[in-house]
Ligand binder design. Sequence first.
Ligand code: ZN
Ligand code: ZN
Length: 238
Amino acid sequence: MLGKLVDLLYPPSPYCSICGEHYTKWDQPPVCRYCWEEVIKIREPVCRICGKPLGLTHKGTICTQCQRHTYHFKKNCALGAYDGALREILHLLKYKNKKQLAVPLGELLAERVTEQPWSTAVQAIIPVPLHWQRYGQRGYNQAALLAQEIGRLLHITVCEDVLYRYKRTRPQSKVIHDQRFQNVRNAFRVKNKQKVFQKTLLLVDDIYTTGMTLNECAGVLKAAGSDSIYSATVAIGC
Ligand SMILES: [Zn+2]
Ligand SMILES: [Zn+2]
């Protein structure tokens, strides 16, 4: 009822939010199918730890960044490169209130997760949380929306009352590489530990950059007694 009233007052735009073209009947607003087709999905060879694409000239199966670090999570998988159409779709999801995009993105990411040999071991899904102030501004956590969609499709419980962000961190994309570890350090805490105790978990977030956020989350979950931790992100960038 309220939705219909809102539609009347603010009719949805008849144009794709990315390319500005008129929709056809096959499109699902706010993004047309041509723009969806522009999403660059990651193909093998990828780093077997973080899931970043490896250049064809790269030697070995681990990227240079993962060779230098050890993580609390075992592996990450990502749907696409943080670039072009996917970057714009994520921008709409995060900053333009286009929450409905979490459904098709969640579907694609769930598909990517099921391709992973470890996917059948996952017992609970944990979204990377926002700080409550940012949650208040945005009204939703995009990672939680994605996690809910994946949980629904893969029939896995999503726990939103386990991981909390206590420190208001700056977006990792706005912090220079060397400071990203410090930025998220001690930012997260775990409540309701019994829900993750000795469990294999899947962390869900929108973007993987250096992996420091996911690493920090996985670290506190491990300290709370979790077993193996994997992660899935819609996009992966540098
Ligand atoms: Zn379009
Ligand atoms: Zn890597």
